[in-house]
Design a protein around this ligand. Structure first.
Ligand code: FAD
Length: 386
């Protein structure tokens, strides 16, 4: 049985960023990935400045600027009449304010950038595909893992970055997934000449439509203006992908046109889940990060961003010779603050017409320019990335 100093379980955004951040600390790592080969995830992703700043420090600034879109802002609109409820200026303003841009791109592009960076920084064999972690046992001297290919592997430290269905998390809790009552539909509308007419007007921006029990988000993911479209619905509006526009009957014509195009382009549909907060994310030799530690509903577009923050923090702690308790101590408050904001958005995004919705709209209209600073300007303590 081979011994590895640090093993990262999972080659998603959290796991790849961890391997890269560990390399920047001068620490080698092995990444185990259950999938048999690199897989490009579908759809788009918003990368807020709190994540982009970390990735810049890890050397990905130029590649992101080349492959991602920098939207000028986030528009929040009312479901039925399209009234502009709120506007967050991004673009150059965000880059200046936070020393990092707010980007949107395809998940496939982000995964590719991270894989390339890991290969360059750590070597080609760092990610071992087709080797899922099935079980692990921790002792005073190390961690032994049984892998999906029938082999065993010994490690000094294990970082579980294995997502919502994490095996490593079981070291800390035997909890079940919680269904949110919401369903999500997603597609990417092709851009360029092949794309549906009418969606390429104006500067790149994120548009969020809020309405009773449902919301819809769209943003461009490449220079061709290919458009990621996400529709979230609560039962009883949940529907088969064929009748997505029907489930938004009565919404503004711009939303309906978008959803008709999305239904025509082929939708992926799934339920939205999270898990209860973990009492502990670490033991002496094992810790969990990203969705394995704190999966959250995607209502603030921060799940992957927090995974990137976790990755830089845990690598920084290990680089300084610290223990996994320090990692958890540095992350708990931050993560639970964001999870609290996501829980609040679950209600405020989906209010029925009436007094509470009007109060929300007044709050959105009056939001000061620094309202997102706590979220976007979060800095990983010095030394976490060099
Ligand atoms: C609709 C939607 C939209 C979202 N939009 C955004 C957004 O705009 N911005 C944002 O920041 N976040 C967003 N998120 C959240 C974001 O997608 C997740 O938080 C993020 O992908 C978590 O990354 P991860 O690496 O922790 O987990 P994952 O992406 O799930 O990666 C886990 C990896 O581990 C592997 N694995 C699993 N089990 C094992 C095992 N036993 N052994 C070895 N390997 C294993 C998996 O194959 C996978 O490669 C969104 C989520 C949803 C559902």
């Amino acid at each position: 049985m081979t011994h590895h100093a640090t093993v990262v379980v999972g080659a998603g955004i959290a796991g790849l960023t961890t391997a890269l951040a560990l390399a920047h600390e001068g620490l080698p790592a092995t990444v185990l990935e259950r999938a048999g080969a690199p897989r490009d995830a579908g759809g788009g992703i918003q990368l807020p400045p709190n994540a982009v700043r970390v990735l810049q420090q890890l050397g990905l600034g130029r590649a992101l600027a080349e492959h991602a879109v920098r939207p000028v802002g986030v528009e929040v609109r009312r479901w039925s009449d399209g009234h502009l409820l709120g506007w967050t200026r991004l673009g150059a303003t965000a880059s200046f304010r936070y020393d990092a841009a707010y980007y949107t791109l395809t998940r496939a592009a982000l995964h590719r950038l991270l894989r390339t960076a890991v290969t360059e920084a750590c070597g080609a064999g760092t990610v071992r595909y087709g080797r899922g972690c099935e079980r692990l046992a921790e002792s005073a001297s190390g961690v032994t893992m049984r892998l999906s290919d029938g082999t065993y592997l010994d490690a000094g430290t294990v970082i579980g970055a294995d997502g919502l269905h994490s095996v490593v998390r079981r070291r800390f809790a035997d909890d079940a997934l919680r269904h949110s009552g919401y369903q999500v539909h997603r597609t990417v509308l092709p851009g360029g000449r092949g794309g549906p007419a009418g969606f390429r007007r104006g500067p790149a921006r994120v548009v969020v439509w809020l309405g009773p029990d449902r919301h819809c988000v769209s943003y461009p993911v490449d220079r061709d203006h290919s458009m990621n479209v996400v529709a979230v619905l609560r039962a009883p509006y949940a529907t088969g992908p064929g009748d997505l526009p029907g489930a938004f009957r009565g919404w503004h014509r711009d939303v309906l046109r978008l959803l008709e195009a999305a239904a025509g382009a082929g939708l992926r549909t799934w339920g939205l889940y999270d898990r209860p907060p973990l009492p502990r994310w670490h033991s002496a030799r094992v810790a969990v990060i990203g969705d394995a530690a704190h999966p959250m509903l995607p209502f603030l577009a921060q799940g992957a961003a927090l995974a990137v923050e976790d990755a830089a923090t845990i690598a920084g702690v290990l680089g300084r010779g610290g223990d996994l308790a320090s990692y958890e101590a540095m992350r708990r408050h931050r993560v639970f603050r964001v999870v609290g904001a996501v829980d609040a958005a679950r209600t405020t995004h989906h209010l029925a017409d009436g007094a509470r919705q009007r109060e929300r709209d007044l709050r959105l209209a009056a939001e000061p320019a620094d309202a997102r600073d706590w979220l976007f300007d979060h800095r990983i303590p010095a030394g976490a990335t060099r």
